[in-house]
Design a protein around this ligand. Structure first.
Ligand code: TNX
Length: 574
């Protein structure tokens, strides 16, 4: 993927008229752009040229009520009921603060591109009269995260039992407006919404992504922007891989050298970095405002070289190892035979639990190749008990499986072969599973041999590979009821910038999000690829980098902007 392909979809509705800062659209044929970016083989080039010709001839289709990612459970279009957002529209919400917060978020999303004031008011019974009504309704049969969206010629009515449901309905609403809604300045556009009703509830309660901030450190603003990407696709968990051999990223007051020493390295020659507790609180609060729970991970007993550099008393030989900035795994471990190790673990997890409102603490457990058999399971069992004593639920990579079961325990499965009797056995003893199969959900894998960054040990993962599996039936002997959900991990050995993150995240993150949210009956590659294509102009307009995957029929030459405007610090959030 080369840098700076021309931005702006050539035939998208907003290309002609927006007045915002988005650069002029490209009229470069898709095949030419692909040739510059990928230099594909002649056959691939011919295929893409043919596809591009078809795409360019096709008029931009109006957005349909079903053109949403992830696919809603039930869609009932009514073409007679399309509604145009008027300049004087009002957003009216139930008087509860959480409903008003969802309304305020919606207004913030719509104001820049529409230029409309969109005042937010409250009412005991919000009505959709020439405006948008957000209604909290405890009696609705929509579950903890569902929503119902009615679009009629009178306006929009969004109903949910919870603020989370309203928030997901708002994400759907955003996608039903033209892509020009992503502009940061007023665009000339008719803000028409397709008429009809969507009734939507998620398949799984856990829908997540992981960001490895240990191999390379990413600033708070980058993490907030990733949270916004998760929110678009109704993901509700952000797993932060906070520690590894190459760096320690979270302040721990009782072990201060974890940040002053262990925080100062990363893969390669970079300076590393860490989050203060205030930084972490800011990430947690920004995520919570978007109904996303942060799951922090302290990887134990392996992946601990950075901690051992600062505190050699934790190392098996009591000698500090040199800092490690390569990409190997499996060589380091904290001494499982020393009480000081457990004091360290209790202090670290205790301080982390105190600043983590979510119920889950992730203790890693992967690739501790030098801690074997009963020594390993004994260590894990002690750490599991520490987590439980802090009132949290333990999550760990599936290597934890042989250890004794503890109430509520969650295993994150990252294997590449769905036959895993040890994990299936742990499930039969009560463990629940998050599925992150390495060969489908690992967003650090390359898309194709020519992807400029990424790993390939689990194979190449193009968009179809990310999409075509069933979390409910992936592991032999594991029933769907034991599956909490899905997570897409992004390891960052080769990822050094926000643009790199976005290139690997998009467009595969929406594929994993759809597996987590949408009922299995909606699973359909042809339909998904068409709906996903509609996201390209939105990302391009918003200045979000993505991989112009050749298997997706993007409506025109998709932009691959490498520049981005970082989110500015918000002084209102601590
Ligand atoms: C395996 S998956 C790891 C990570 C690497 C990743 C690279 C897992 C739990 N451990 O340490 O970063 O592969 O794909």
């Amino acid at each position: 993927m080369s840098t700076n392909l021309s931005p702006g979809p050539a035939n998208s509705p907003e290309a002609a008229g927006h007045a915002g800062p988005v650069p002029l659209p490209s009229h470069e044929p898709a095949a030419a752009a692909l040739a510059r970016s990928h230099e594909p083989a002649a056959a691939a080039l011919a295929r893409s040229a043919e596809r591009a010709a078809t795409d360019l001839l096709a008029a931009p289709a109006p957005i349909g009520l079903a053109d949403v990612v992830p696919a809603p459970r039930h869609v009932q279009p009514d073409p007679t009921q399309a509604w145009q957002l008027p300049p004087d529209a009002v957003i009216v919400a139930s008087a509860e603060p959480s409903a008003l917060a969802a309304a305020a978020y919606l207004a913030e999303q719509l104001r820049p591109a529409t230029g409309y004031p969109l005042p937010v008011t409250d009412a005991s019974t919000p009505e959709a009269v020439d405006g948008i009504a957000l209604v909290l309704d405890e009696s609705a049969d929509l579950g903890a995260e569902g929503y119902r969206l009615d679009i009629t010629t009178a306006g929009v009515r969004l109903r949910a039992v919870t603020a989370a449901g309203l928030f997901y309905g708002v994400q759907t609403l955003r996608q039903l407006l033209p892509p020009a809604i992503e502009n940061t300045a007023p665009a000339t556009e008719s803000w028409i919404l397709p008429g009809g009703t969507i009734t939507d509830t998620p398949r799984f309660p856990y829908r997540g992504a992981m960001l490895d901030v240990a191999r390379h450190f990413f600033a708070v603003g980058d993490v907030l922007r990733v949270i916004d990407h998760l929110a678009r696709y109704k993901l509700n968990h952000l797993h932060l891989h906070l520690t590894d051999d190459q760096g320690w990223r979270i302040a721990v007051d009782s072990w201060p050298k974890l940040t002053t020493v262990s925080g100062g390295t990363e893969v390669g020659d970079g300076p590393g970095g860490h989050y203060t507790k205030a930084d972490y609180a800011r990430i947690v609060a920004y995520a919570a405002d978007r109904h996303i729970t942060v799951v922090p991970e302290i990887d134990l007993p392996g992946h601990t070289n950075a901690a051992l550099v600062a505190y050699p008393e934790l190392a098996p030989g009591k000698v500090a190892p040199p800092p490690y900035t390569g990409t190997d795994v499996g060589f380091s471990y904290v001494d499982p035979a020393d009480q000081r190790t457990y004091d360290f673990v209790a202090d670290v997890l205790g301080e982390l639990a105190a600043i983590t409102p979510g119920p889950l603490l992730h203790i890693g457990g992967d690739e501790a190749f030098k801690v074997k058999g009963e020594v390993y399971t004994g260590f894990v069992e002690r750490v599991q008990r520490i987590v439980a004593s802090l009132g949290k639920t333990v999550v760990g990579w599936h290597q934890l499986a042989p250890a004794a079961h503890l109430d509520g325990r969650v295993l994150q499965w990252w294997g590449t072969n769905g036959d895993d009797p040890t994990t299936a056995d742990a499930v039969s003893r009560g463990a629940r599973l998050i599925l992150s199969p390495g060969n489908h959900a690992y967003l650090d894998m390359k898309y194709a041999p020519d992807t400029p960054i990424g790993n390939d040990w689990a194979g190449l993962i193009d968009v179809r590979k990310a999409y075509d599996w069933d979390p409910g039936a992936h592991l032999t002997g594991v029933p769907e009821e034991a599956v909490l959900g899905v997570e897409a991990p992004l390891w960052t050995e080769w990822v050094t910038s926000l643009a790199d993150i976005e290139l690997l995240l998009l467009p595969r993150l929406p594929a994993i999000a759809e597996l987590g949210w949408s009922p299995r009956e909606t699973h359909d590659w042809a339909g998904f690829r068409r709906r996903l294509a509609g996201q390209g102009p939105r990302w391009a307009t918003a200045g979000i980098t993505f991989h112009a995957a050749p298997e997706i029929p993007w409506p025109a030459v998709p932009a691959i902007p490498r520049q981005h405007s970082a989110i500015q610090p918000d002084p209102a959030v601590p």
